[in-house]
Structure formats: C-alpha cells, structure tokens
Ligand binder design. Structure first.
Ligand SMILES: Cc1ncc(COP(=O)(O)O)c(C=O)c1O
Length: 413
C-alpha cells in the first residue's frame, strides 16, 4: 500500500523537552468523545464548566475565564490585540524569546513599545520595572511569567499593584507555568493572564486558557464592534477603536462565552473537551500537590545534571521548576546527543533559541511527565549517551542524586 495511506502510529516518545509534553491519557480519552453542535445545551454546559474549572487554576474569581481556540500564542495575540490599540504605550518586560514575541505582536498592531530588558538567564528586577512604569506611563504592561527559552521565572508579586497604582493594565503570559506553579491572578492583581495546555497542564497544544479582570473586560468591551452580519443591535457598540483582528477579538469571543452566546467562530469542540479534562485532572490532584510534584521534578533534574558534572544554566534564584537549561559540554555535539536520546531511548530533550542555540539543552519535566520515574529514566539515558559521546561522568551519579533530591527540599550546591 502507498505509504501515504498508512494509519498514524506515532512512536511512544517520552517528551522531556520544554513542551509539548505527553498528554495525560484522560485528556486524550476525553478528546476522542463525539462532537456536539456549538449551541447544544450540553456543549454550552461544558463551556460553563470549563470557565468554573479554570478559575481556581488561575487563582481568580474573574467571571471572564474561558478558553481561546488556538495554541498559546493565539491567547497571547487575542489578549494583546484586544487590550492595546494602535498608538497605545505598552511596556514589555523582556528577558527571553517570549518577551520578544510580545514585542513583535505589539509592534505589528501599532502599539508604542518600550522594553525593560534582562540578559537571558536573569529576570527583570522589580525596582527596574517600577522605575520604567513611572517614566514611560504605559497603558499596558506585558510580561511572560516563565520564559521557556531561558528557563527563568519573573517574580510577579508586585507587578499588578504597580500597574494599578499607575493606572495601567497588566498582561501575563503564563503558558509555561499555569498548572505547574502558583499563578495567583487575583492576589497579584493581574488583569489578563493566558496559557496553553501543552506544558504543565498536560494536554496537547490547541487551546489557550485565559482570565480577564473586570477592569480589563471594561476596556475590551469599550472596543466592541460586533460583526455586521449578526445584526446591528446584537450588542451595544463601544466608543473605543475597533479591535484589529476578527478571530482574536475578545469582545466578540466573550459575547460568545456569555449567556448571549453570540455567534463568533465555531468552537473547537475537541479542544474544549481536552482543556476541560486538563483542568479536572489538575484540580483532582490538588493544586498544592501538583506544584510540589513539579518542584520535586525540577529539584531532581537540577541535582541529577549537576551530579553528572554538567553546569545548569541561569540564575538559581529564579529558575522555573519545570524546565531546566544545561550547558552542552565542550567537545560534545549537542545535536548528536539529542539524536541518540531519541533513537536509542525514545526520549526527546530540547534544543535552544537565539543566543543560547547550540549552547544549552532544555530538559522539561511537567504535567503528566513531572514524575519521578520519567526524570530518572531521562537522566540515566542522558548519562549513557554522554559517555558514549566521550564525556566522562560517574556511572549512576546523576540518577542517585536525582532520587535523593526528589524527596528533599534542598538542592545540592
Ligand atoms: C512562555 C511561552 N509563551 C508562549 C509560547 C507559545 O506557545 P504556542 O507554541 O503554543 O503558541 C511558548 C511555547 O513554547 C512559551 O513557552
């Protein structure tokens, strides 16, 4: 039979890179359920349940907590295009590739962007952010929480308060942290936070959970200009400039997720099932327990790599628990190691971008893969591959150290 007609039968890879990771089996099962029409009462009930399920995960009581169809970037773009109008001043905290993505999206939509920058491997000090807000007087401040490109997590405890004091809205891309470490939208006074499923939430990419505060919703609805074909009085038009995208127009998407059920795009039913199940799995485990599991996995990966004689990348004080960068040793071909990991062990570890390309690997342990055995198997495989490639590391040292570190809260120096 022609190869093109063969059934999909992917190899059983263990995805230990910066995401995507293997989806939880319950999520995959939920996604194989039959389809419903988008206004079917069963479907709209699932939508309401999904809103309720994501509120505790975002640490919020925001009414506007829902899912944007598309990968995490879709939710990011929807947030930014709906919050920032052309000419609006936006301050971006830039400490890696995904901060630069925020800049890129904002520039495309005509915002006036200023950045506060930190070198890759560090975060932006809060005092620097405060001074920049004071000087630039932005309408919006945007940042990434955990930037997988550098493995750093920006502290967010003061960001929302600083923004509110200055009359600015705040936006956070929590794609790589939501469901794996605390994201406390209300406590941190954040206005809009978005995420994706394919990291700590343990699902496939294709849905972007989002939460929107009342003040951000007010701003978004002030720009509401509902599609003509839905009828002039389908919704009261706002006085603000029309949102510069139809697909990512949060005012229209929120009208669809509200009791108005005003038609927008056709909800991606299967992704909704997946997003809903991701949240059920996370809440069923317990968020505190889940964060502890991710922290244990991060400790174990870091300790194991160090015990193998490798150097972990970046500032220890701000390291994400779920993705760890590690320098590729001198004389070792990083891509050859990744290839052997894949071909001999069916394990994927990540490469890197920009200034870190060819210098570090990124090892992820998150969602369904933040498990002791998966971390140990990955470290054992890496050790074997490194030795085969000519790097000396003491046999078993990495796995032993990881095992110990999984249990204890302290990290070896
Ligand atoms: C922090 C962060 N933001 C955004 C994205 C983009 O996500 P997606 O590829 O799902 O659009 C990623 C993906 O790696 C990410 O790590």
């Amino acid at each position: 039979m022609n190869e093109w007609y063969r059934e999909i039968d992917p190899p059983q890879r263990l995805l230990m890179g910066p995401g995507p990771v293997n989806a939880h089996p319950r999520v995959l099962r939920a996604m194989s359920a039959d389809l419903l029409g988008q206004f079917d009462p069963e479907m709209t009930a699932y939508m309401n349940e999904t809103m309720a399920l994501y509120r505790p995960i975002f640490g919020t009581t925001n009414r506007w907590t829902f899912v944007v169809d598309g990968s995490a970037r879709a939710a990011i773009e929807a947030a930014l295009v709906s919050l920032a109008a052309p000419g609006d001043r936006v301050l971006v905290l830039n400490f890696g590739r995904f901060g630069l993505l925020l800049v890129e999206i904002l520039e495309r939509l005509g915002a006036v962007v200023e950045t506060v920058d930190a070198p890759w491997g560090e975060v932006v000090p809060t005092a620097t952010v405060a001074a920049a807000i004071e000087r630039f007087r932005p309408a919006l401040v945007a940042t990434v929480h955990g930037d997988t490109s550098t493995t750093m997590a920006q502290p967010l405890g003061d960001l929302g308060r600083l923004c509110r004091e200055a009359g600015a809205l705040s936006y956070v891309d929590a794609t790589a942290t939501l469901g794996g470490s605390a994201v406390l939208a209300d406590q941190w006074s954040l206005d809009v936070v978005t995420a994706g499923l394919q990291k700590c939430l343990g699902g496939p990419s294709g849905a972007g959970p989002i939460t929107v505060s009342e003040r951000a919703a007010e701003r978004i609805f002030s720009r509401r200009h509902t599609e003509r074909g839905l009828g002039a009085d389908a919704s009261s038009p706002g006085r603000g400039p029309r949102i510069g995208s139809n697909y990512f127009d949060l005012a229209m998407i929120m009208d669809y997720w509200s009791e108005k059920r005003l038609n927008h795009h056709t909800q991606a039913t299967t992704m909704l099932y997946g997003a809903r199940e991701c949240a059920r799995v996370a809440l069923g485990e317990g968020l505190t327990e889940r964060y502890q599991r991710h922290a244990a996995a991060g400790r174990a990966v870091t300790a194991g790599l160090r015990a193998m004689g490798l150097t972990v990348f970046g500032d220890d004080a701000h390291r994400m628990s779920n993705v760890t960068g590690v320098y590729i040793p001198a004389q070792i071909d990083g891509e050859a190691v990744r290839r052997r990991m894949r071909e001999d062990f069916e394990i994927e570890i990540g490469t890197a971008f920009g200034p870190l390309a060819g210098r570090i690997w990124r090892i992820g342990a998150m969602g369904y893969n933040a498990m002791k055995h998966k971390v140990l198997i990955t470290l054992g495989a890496l050790e074997a591959v490194l030795r085969a490639e000519g790097f000396f590391c003491e046999p078993g040292a990495g796995v032993d150290a990881a095992l110990q570190a999984w249990e204890g809260p302290t990290q070896p120096a």
